[in-house]
Design a protein around this ligand. Structure first.
Ligand SMILES: [Zn+2]
Length: 429
């Protein structure tokens, strides 16, 4: 157990290197949930003891709780109950005190508490603030001197309308109908809209500087992180108004670089949307990205292709741009690739399965990391390829995201397969 805890503490050193030492996070995370459900009262006394025999007993108990959790049936309601119990448990407090190292696979636009950011927007209490509006038809939020057609002022933060808006923006709305014929694609489409709806104010320069960035870093520090890996496309961001957009992405990265005593790594993201403009933009972006890597070599470390996994450009069509990025950066830019995350209408031969196989079978050199690979659960060939690939390709896992977006069976998340196969992965992605 001792060794495992040390590995938790030092996992930040594994940035963009094979995450062979971080598997212990599974034990820690799942055990803490199981522990909360089982007997939280015993935990403080167990954890307080430090002699080796007790630590061994402690580890055995953790493993038992993990087994219990993996066996227990979970629907969303009971998952919530477990999470609530976890938040109140002694073991949770114990883990909260541990240094966490680095948060892997974080999408910048998905960070920060929506409720906090929305309240700060509504309050206009930062230098350079403009009023914030929203469109009740689309849910889009906008800061502007004047409301555009269809937009109305944000509701008062104390009102029930504000609460309803927050629930809508965080996919917790009771009106959100995900029970139709195609709940999986519905969940994904709604999920992507969550990013679009907040994007303009999120990167409104005065708001980003004064509120968003300090909030994100404070939150990470509060959780004992001392670094973060941000997936982002910084180009055309950090604007006050469209004409001021930072097309090169440089201004945004300079702000991130100025954050003191906090290690930030950037993974640059291309878009997989399947349209002519995007295909052209991605080559332009490739040149901007390489320039950003040249300007910020210690911070810009990898690239990825995100979004539209099933309906977007397929991976084999992206091989030229992948090779270009690697060669032009002298192979310093690593490929941390989203692959096999979604499951659209068909669970058999979908583009997402083809993409994960292509990444493992055809890419030379192979990807440096793969994100999600839920397809391991649906196609044994993917696991076989994953196990055979050398050097090993670590997998980034986010159980919560996979379950909420309905990409994995509740009782059999593929992380259990990776763990029993002794394949390296990192949790919390
Ligand atoms: Zn992701």
């Amino acid at each position: 157990m001792h060794g495992r805890l040390v590995f938790v503490a030092v996992q930040s050193a594994q940035l963009l290197r094979p995450a062979t030492t971080v598997r212990c996070r599974l034990t820690a995370n799942i055990a803490s949930k199981a522990a909360a459900k089982t007997c939280p009262a015993d935990l403080a006394s167990v954890a307080a003891k430090t002699c080796p025999e007790d630590l061994e007993a402690y580890e055995r108990q953790l493993l038992q709780w993990r087994e219990d959790l993996l066996k227990c049936g979970m629907d969303f309601q009971s998952l919530r109950e477990i999470l609530q119990a976890v938040q109140q448990s002694d073991l949770q407090r114990f883990f909260e005190q541990l240094p966490k190292g680095v948060d892997n696979h974080v999408h910048l636009l998905g960070m920060g508490k929506r409720s906090y950011l929305m309240r700060r927007l509504a309050a206009q209490d930062y230098d350079g603030a403009f009023p914030a509006f929203w469109n009740p038809q689309t849910g889009m939020i906008l800061v502007a001197k004047h409301a555009s057609a269809g937009y109305v002022p944000l509701p008062d933060p104390a009102s029930s309308e504000f609460q309803t808006l927050l629930e809508f923006l965080t996919m917790q709305s009771k009106q959100d109908d995900s029970s139709g014929l195609d709940p999986v694609s519905h969940a994904w489409e709604e999920f992507e809209k969550c990013f679009d709806r907040i994007e303009q104010p999120f990167f409104f320069e005065p708001f980003f500087r004064a509120v968003v960035l300090p909030h994100i870093i404070d939150d990470l520090r509060y959780h004992r992180d001392y670094g973060v890996e941000l997936r982002m496309n910084p180009c055309d961001k950090l604007w006050s108004f469209p004409s001021d957009r930072d097309a090169s992405g440089q201004k945004l990265l300079e702000l991130l670089k100025d954050v003191d005593d906090f290690h930030i790594v950037v993974i640059l993201t291309f878009n997989k949307a399947n349209n002519e403009a995007n295909r052209k933009n991605n080559w332009e972006k490739a040149r901007s990205f390489l320039n950003l890597h040249r300007l910020f070599p210690d911070m810009v470390r990898a690239f990825d292709f995100v979004g539209c996994e099933d309906k977007g450009v397929q991976l084999k069509e992206l091989k030229d741009i992948i090779l270009y990025m690697r060669r032009m950066s002298k192979f310093e830019l690593k490929l941390a690739l989203h692959a096999g995350e979604t499951s659209w209408n068909d669970d058999t031969v979908t583009p997402t399965t083809t993409n994960s196989k292509y990444a493992l079978q055809q890419l030379e050199p192979g990807p440096d990391r793969l994100a999600h690979v839920c397809t391991v659960n649906r196609d044994f060939k993917v696991l076989d390829l994953l196990m055979r690939r050398a050097p090993e390709v670590p997998v980034e896992i986010c159980i919560t995201s996979n379950l909420i977006l309905k990409y994995c069976p509740l009782l059999n998340h593929h992380v259990t397969i990776l763990e029993s196969s002794q394949h390296p992965f990192v949790l919390g992605a």
